[in-house]
Design a protein around this ligand. Sequence first.
Ligand SMILES: [Zn+2]
Length: 488
Amino acid sequence: MKITAIFFSVTLMKNILKKLFKVLLFCAQSAPNRFTFLPWQTMSLSGLLAIFLFSAMPLAAWSEHALGVYPALEASQRIASLKEASVEELSVFLIRNEKQLEKLLAEEEDWARNHLEHYPPLPESLRFTATGEKATIVARFARAVRIHPGLMLSLYVQADPRTGCKNRPVLPVKQTVFQDNSSFKNIEFCRLTPGEKIHPIVITATAADEPDHGLDIGLFEDNNTPHGSQYAFGPQPFGDPRLEYSSQAPFHMGFYHESPIVYAAAPFLKQTYPEYRIRLYRQLGIFALKNGHPYWGYRFLGWGLHYLTDLTQPYHATVLPGVSTLKMLWINFLAILGFPAAKDNAVNLVSNRHTAIEELQGRLLRAELKTNQADSPLVRAFADLAADTVYPAYSDSYPRETIAREANERAKQADRLLVKALPEKYTSDPAFDYTPEAKEQILPDTRLFNPAGFTELNQYFVILFQSFGAHTRKYMESALQQAQIPVS
Ligand SMILES: [Zn+2]
């Protein structure tokens, strides 16, 4: 009897909540018709989410992916023992494999159309066709994989802070398509020359940061770029299309595990493309490895790895961490009624916390690697092999079903620990602005503010970094196996 009563009361509660959602959604979606007097009254849930995502988004999921990829790959005996690869220009790799690449890219286009629900097909005019023209081959390839045509794709190393460039010449900082390169000022880029031998770990770790240097900038039709008007990705689904760096967000975030009511109100959240990038670059990497071009094999694998590890960041796999669906609907409802403060606050806070986690992670890791602290728990976490056997074998569904699901489940806890550990202004003041000076101060301020909270946050970083390391190795080792690279 008791069980039946509990069952009925749970069912009743569920029905009440469902009805409440429906009423709120109805009010939200029909607001323009029902309240026509003031502009803010046209705000729907979709509007709330769009505005959240219109805010000034942080640039990356993790600052400098290479910082984590170096220790993660060094821990794999299989990868550490790989032979060095000979550095090669992209045009050489492409021209020597032009006919086979035409076939591979056509197959990948078919795969994307058949497997990715919201994939915008490649226009026929951009398809990669073997013409034998070396002078145009890089541009033709860039169009076929729909990347920013202005990124130089030069031959370089993103130095491990533990070693620096050693005897290689240091390049000027500008290796990106951005006007403002201040986020890259602490990184040392080193020049490579064709024919030089280099270890696959260095190639992969370097390439794993490259998609944050501009590969996905300006690809949408409203980004006001020549390539954006050709690539057929349509208007930017979220983020501010006028802000240069915000246009990469739909390629670097994956909102796969939101509640159905959120998708119903904001279907554009499904227009995210990390799976397209991961699959395409992984296949290109395997192809290059199989065909005797290891430098481009590891570089393409590094590109795919970037998007894969972006999804380990809870703020990249969850729309509004720490804000329940019910709360989202409630603050939206308040906005419709004319009280937009709660909505504006939620938007700014989530954006600020996203920046906070990135800034802390990057600064902590860089400091520990720079001083070569071999016993740093944060650095050791990337190399921890214990989690590798916990996860399933790598497959095309792994990024969504294993990585993004895990990060999404962690979002609430990550948000809670951030709020606890940081001085209030960094996470809980909606008016706070992350100026360059504020970013410089975040780590010293946090160390002093609440040592116990800081320790707890560090312990949580250890968990996140263990997953980053394990997923990195699973992706790379499975690709080596598929490419039939012998164990040396
Ligand atoms: Zn990214």
